[in-house]
Design a protein around this ligand. Structure first.
Ligand SMILES: [Zn+2]
Length: 148
């Protein structure tokens, strides 16, 4: 349905304008009181946020060490550049301490390497879904476990 005020945009918002309930577009909704606004767009965006979770790759230490070697950098110099304690970075480069996502991002940027990968979308999902049969997510999960 087209906006009942301007007729130019999609009238997906129901607003009360001068006593009348009208289907209006986003722009014209500002003329009156919004009674109903579809939440689809914002909900979709919110739902995507938790999916974009990253975890540090298993071989982060090797990748850091390789990058340092290739660039001829020492851990100390790197630590200064990214404003971190060199003692901590040494432990990270030795594989004794896993960098946080924030630190990993700094290292990625500074060294031009990849340390983060997208975490499994279904990670930590409740197991109660099993009673509902096998879903595509389960199949992917099984697949992933087989490969390991
Ligand atoms: Zn309009």
């Amino acid at each position: 349905m087209e906006c009942e005020v301007c007729g130019l945009e999609e009238g997906e918002i129901v607003a009360q304008i001068e006593g009348a309930r009208l289907h209006v577009c986003h722009k014209c909704a500002g003329l009156g009181k919004v009674l109903y606004q579809p939440q689809q767009h914002s909900q979709r965006q919110q739902a995507q946020k938790p999916l974009a979770q990253y975890e540090v790759v298993e071989e982060y230490d090797a990748r850091i060490k390789n990058a340092l070697r290739n660039m001829g950098l020492s851990v100390g110099v790197l630590a200064e550049r990214i404003n971190e304690k060199s003692s901590f970075l040494e432990r990270v480069a030795a594989g004794h301490a896993k960098p946080t996502e924030l630190l990993a991002r700094k290292l990625e940027k500074e060294l031009g390497i990849k340390l983060l990968e997208e975490a499994g979308v279904q990670q930590g999902a409740p197991t109660t879904s099993k009673s509902a049969g096998i879903t595509l997510g389960d199949i992917l999960e099984i697949d992933r476990k087989k490969k390991k």
